[in-house]
Design a protein around this ligand. Structure first.
Ligand code: HEC
Length: 185
């Protein structure tokens, strides 16, 4: 019977561990998932742009960006989204609280404040979201999100693939959107 209290303590501690991550661990998980995604997408865009130019890369993104996002999410045991106020893909439109956070960040930028590198929000007792701003921080982004002549081959390809596109006219330093990582631990 000597071991009995010890066994109870052990059972209790493993129960506590199973209760999930602390906020630092959630942030680490969100950061790992979002940087894996941004690295993967950035690498694929760069490779495709160099090999076959913007029109083909646009087509590549339209077919692969969402499946790749889902895949990286699975690898990290999370759900990842890229969301924007001025989205190209209708599936990436920000809504609800996500939209409100993007609007808050827009206001901060307008007022000359710098954005947080990330935010962690509690969605429910068992769900959190890690958010990371995506800025236009590279001239290469402007090739497809800057000022593009509507009569150019790329302008026409964008209009055909995304008739409701809002993701043009960006400048360096603009807020392009956010990565959202849902964490249910
Ligand atoms: C070859 C053209 C191309 C380049 C270059 C490009 N994008 Fe995009 N981007 C797209 C397309 C097409 C989509 C819509 C498909 C998708 O990703 O879901 C998109 C979607 C996005 C989205 C998701 C929100 C939305 O509007 O649908 C973000 C965020 C984004 N791009 C950021 C960037 C950033 C930051 C860069 C520079 C590092 C960049 N893009 C470079 C073509 C491009």
């Amino acid at each position: 019977m000597k071991f009995f209290p010890f066994a109870i303590a052990l059972a209790a501690s493993s129960f506590l561990c199973a209760a999930g991550l602390n906020d630092d661990q959630r942030i680490a998980k969100g950061a790992a998932a979002s940087s894996a995604l941004l690295q993967k997408l950035g690498g694929e865009v760069k490779k495709n742009m160099e090999a076959s130019g913007p029109v083909k890369t646009l087509e590549f993104c339209s077919m692969n960006a969402l499946p790749m996002t889902e895949q990286v999410g699975k690898e990290h045991g999370t759900k990842i989204q890229r969301l924007s106020l001025k989205n190209r893909n209708p599936l990436n439109a920000a809504t609800g609280e996500d939209k409100a956070l993007l609007e808050q960040w827009e206001t901060m930028l307008k007022n000359g404040q710098s954005l947080p590198s990330h935010e962690l929000k509690k969605l429910s007792s068992s769900q959190s979201a890690y958010y990371k701003p995506i800025l236009i921080n590279n001239e290469a982004c402007l090739k497809c999100h800057g000022d593009i002549a509507s009569g150019s081959p790329l302008g026409k390809a964008i209009a055909t693939t995304y008739p409701e596109d809002k993701a043009l006219g960006y400048k360096m330093g603009d807020l392009r959107g956010m990565v959202k990582v849902e964490i249910s631990e």
